[in-house]
Design a protein around this ligand. Structure first.
Ligand code: C5P
Length: 402
């Protein structure tokens, strides 16, 4: 289900300079197009030695710009036009050569001319041999560019195509995409320390078995990702999930509700807002059996004990923190959510009917209703969990202002 677009799609100019990591820039374009960006690729002459413009043209769906002095390219694309229409410019891979040129104000080809003419934010993703990267001239150039407001990504470490091991790999395309999202977002959560919980709990029965629930963690991870993009500091306390943690989040992995509680109580005093998206286990087995329970023919009865309600505890001891709870319901959605909001002393509750198609567990979308402490009830349409996370933050900020 595609994300409902409210904003006009953003245009990115991707400058590709001549390094072996050019082939990864193709994957970057694919990810950016899939994320809804319009991508205009500009290649240097050296880049065309590694990958042909046709490859980028096919993936981006737009003609690739390569020449400053081509009459057709200049009339159809044009360097000033490129510089003006870009919401951001990304250089990936950025070679030592192009970094040196930008830092020295040289504009002797299309890409460097566009860079000279733009007012859009510029993200540079260097990729080169370790010794070139460590060269003090290159380092000085990067420092100068950072001082002038250019955004610089650290290269990744590992095996390099030239045979060396070390720093110099192009950052993973997914990480570059994340940085671009961050670059384009308003930093309206910059003063927030968000404490976010996500995923299920595993409550062990014996060494090989546990009780869990169907939470995938997707809502909590979406909250972490959007929070980071909007400038917040994010601590993510997560039960076991199959998800990759968003770059920049401080991840605290836990298994049981008791571990989750302990981690939350420790982090709580530092937080400005807590978003409890985890499906905390309501019960745990009365006792843990240290050896695997053997199969038998008789019925087996499990004795369960209730876990503490963490959010209720936070509600009772909150000291300025903004508390957001989640209510997954199968009936009487608004009534149940209102009751939880009041009883747990929450500022906001996100209620969703998990019986509805495309909503709730493991889905990438959610149709939620936001209820807040002032009594406001806002029913939201089906949207991606990323977009819902943004709506939750919009509501949080509006309520904090009141
Ligand atoms: O279980 P319930 O529907 O009341 O959960 C609503 C909210 O309370 C969720 O935000 C959930 O993370 C939180 N919760 C909790 N501790 C529990 C159970 C739920 O913090 N033991």
């Amino acid at each position: 289900m595609p994300e409902k677009r409210v904003e006009k799609p953003k245009t990115l100019v991707l400058g590709v300079s001549g390094g072996i990591a050019c082939y990864k820039a193709v994957e970057l374009v694919r990810l950016l197009v899939r994320a809804g960006f319009g991508v205009q690729v500009v290649m240097t002459r050296e880049a065309m030695e590694f990958v042909t413009p046709l490859t980028f043209q096919t993936i981006s769906g737009r003609p690739v710009a390569t020449e400053t002095f081509s009459l057709t390219q200049e009339s159809e694309i044009g360097h000033i036009n490129l510089a003006d229409q870009a919401d951001a410019i990304i250089i990936a891979p950025a070679t030592a050569n192009i970094i040196g040129k930008i830092a020295s104000g040289i504009a002797d080809d299309l890409l460097t001319t566009v860079l000279m003419a733009t007012r859009a934010p510029v993200l540079i993703a260097p990729s080169m041999n370790t010794h070139m990267y460590e060269n003090p001239i290159l380092q000085e150039n990067l420092r100068k560019l950072a001082r002038l407001g250019y955004h610089i990504m650290e290269p990744a470490e590992g095996y390099l195509a030239c045979g060396y091991e070390g720093k110099g790999r192009l950052p993973e395309p997914e990480d570059i995409v994340e940085r671009i999202h961050g670059l384009l977002k308003k930093k309206d959560l910059a003063s927030e320390q968000l404490l976010i919980t996500a995923g299920p709990n595993h409550e062990p029965l014996d060494p090989v078995r546990f009780i869990a629930n169907r939470s995938s963690g997707k809502m909590g991870y979406a909250l972490a990702r959007q929070g980071l993009r909007r400038g917040a500091q994010v601590t993510l306390i997560s039960g076991p999930t199959a998800l990759a943690p968003p770059a920049g989040a401080r991840l605290i992995p836990v298994q049981t509700a008791a571990e989750m509680r302990q981690a939350i109580l420790k982090e709580f005093p530092k937080a400005t807002a807590v978003l409890m998206a985890a499906a905390v286990a309501d019960y745990r087995p009365e006792k843990f059996v240290p050896r695997k329970i053997k199969r038998g023919t008789a019925a087996l009865t499990l004795q369960l004990r209730p876990n503490p309600d963490i959010l209720r505890e936070l509600g009772a001891r909150k000291n300025g923190q903004f508390l957001v709870g989640f209510a997954a319901e199968t009936e009487a959605l608004v009534i149940n959510a209102k009751k939880k909001l009041r009883e747990k002393k929450l500022d906001l509750i996100v209620a969703n009917d998990v019986t509805q198609e495309g909503s709730g567990f493991d889905a990438d979308t959610n149709a939620a209703t936001l209820l807040d402490r002032t009594g406001a009830v806002r029913r939201l349409p089906l949207m991606s969990k990323g977009e819902l996370a943004d709506r939750i933050y919009d509501h949080l900020l509006a309520l904090k202002k009141k």
